[in-house]
Design a binder for this molecule. Structure first.
Ligand code: AMP
Length: 400
């Protein structure tokens, strides 16, 4: 019996892979009818701060992993008193705090862009002189998918931006003029073995991952550098489990580390369809103490396109239209309520090369709503937001 903290789509895909390998799965989540709970054998529905329930959950399983990094420290510590928690140790604390993350990158000698800490208002002047030009101010904690971020044309805007973010501890990053965004997903087993996927190429829209393709069309030296960075993080942070590192690719071929996620990552979803072993299977294997699986692509290339709640704006997407395209596969997360920006599912396709695979998923996604424009013209405009009044963005526990 394997346990997962968190009920989002990452927990769901972990559970599905675990079940394929013959495990039973227990999910711990405060959410009602969560994506992971729908496919689990056992569900504990309780708050993460209910440490008695956390302890009972941990005792009932042979190991615990998590599907979001903002698991409160006392929750992880309590679970670790009763069973193995993987990844464990200080990794969660590092991944929860951008300032701790930067310090860890520096300690490991990894390349990062210029930045300055803004822990309190007194740091504003020093930060402004360290990063005077175009920049991004990010809250140190609890930011994802562009939430908790402000773009600054110059440091003159810093006091205002810091106030807009609630004057909480932040990091001021110089704007990186990247030519591309990459990620490397890797896993490390209990025996110290490391398995790395090739780098993925990511395109964001409104700060949210939009399309991932692989292979990323990189020179061998850049692939090597990206994988070197991922390995250094897996080994240097003593990870047993899956980790993703997001990278900025500069015009001269250099890479800067942006951030890490100590879990499977949205950009790695295409490993379910395009690689021998998926990132979720690696998570299962690492947690259970099994050998890691092969990370090779099974065919020429793969691509993934996210399906956000916006696609439901004019009613249910036309699944048949997408599935009629050969090579396209659909993954839906079982979320009842479609909200703008909410990750509801993804499409994946394989093809001979990355451009062809990307074209397939983008075409399939467009086909989902191609009929809506016609319908809208013919009918009264309608809201069609999938029912319910709760439209809070990002209510899902995982950033994916
Ligand atoms: P993050 O939440 O840190 O992954 O940031 C979300 C997205 O904002 C990234 O994927 C980039 O597209 C963009 N971004 C973040 N930090 C920077 C930066 N220092 N320079 C330029 N773009 C950035």
């Amino acid at each position: 019996m394997l346990g997962v903290l968190g009920g989002g789509q990452l927990g769901r895909m972990f559970a599905l892979e675990a079940k394929r390998l013959g495990f039973r799965v227990a999910v711990y989540t405060p959410e009602l009818d969560s994506p992971a709970a729908q496919v689990a054998d056992h569900v504990t529905r309780a708050e993460y701060t209910d440490l008695d329930r956390v302890a009972a959950f941990a005792r009932s399983v042979d190991g615990v992993t998590f599907e979001f990094e903002n698991v409160p420290a006392p929750t992880a510590a309590t679970a670790a008193e009763h069973t193995r928690v993987r990844p464990g140790g200080p990794l969660l604390a590092i991944a929860q705090d951008r300032l701790a993350e930067k310090a860890a990158f520096a300690r490991l000698g990894l390349p990062i862009g210029p930045y300055a800490p803004v822990r309190r208002a007194e740091d504003l002047a020093a930060a402004a002189s360290a990063v005077p030009g175009k920049s991004v101010l990010k809250t140190a904690r609890l930011g994802y998918d562009g939430k908790g971020q402000q773009r600054l044309a110059s440091a003159q805007e810093l006091p205002q931006a810091h106030a807009a973010l609630g004057a909480v501890p932040c990091v001021l990053e110089e704007f990186v003029p990247f030519v591309g965004e990459l990620s490397v997903v890797g896993a490390r087993g209990a025996d110290g073995s490391v398995a790395l996927y090739e780098p993925f190429r990511n395109v964001h829209a409104d700060h949210i991952l939009d399309v991932t393709t692989c292979p990323a069309g990189l020179d061998a030296a850049v692939v090597h550098d990206a994988q070197r960075i991922a390995r250094a993080l897996l080994e240097g942070l003593d990870v047993v489990g899956v980790l993703c590192v997001e990278l900025f690719q500069l015009a001269d071929g250099r890479l800067f580390v942006n951030e890490i996620a100590p879990r499977p990552h949205n950009s790695g979803h295409l490993t379910l369809d395009a690689h021998v072993c998926s990132q979720f299977e690696q998570q299962v294997r690492a947690l259970a103490g099994l050998p890691l699986g092969a990370t090779q692509r099974t065919g020429g290339a793969g691509a993934m396109a996210n399906l956000l709640g916006d696609l439901w704006q004019r009613g249910e997407p036309d699944w048949s239209a997408a599935l009629a395209i050969p090579g396209v596969r659909l993954h839906l997360y079982g979320k009842r309520e479609a909200r703008p920006g909410r990750k509801m599912g993804h499409l994946c396709a394989t093809a001979d090369d990355a451009e062809a695979a990307a074209a397939l998923v983008v075409r399939a996604r467009a086909a989902l709503t191609a009929g809506h424009a016609v319908e809208t013209a013919a009918q009264d405009p309608r809201d069609g937001w999938g029912g319910g009044s709760d439209r809070r963005a990002g209510a899902s526990s995982s950033s994916g």
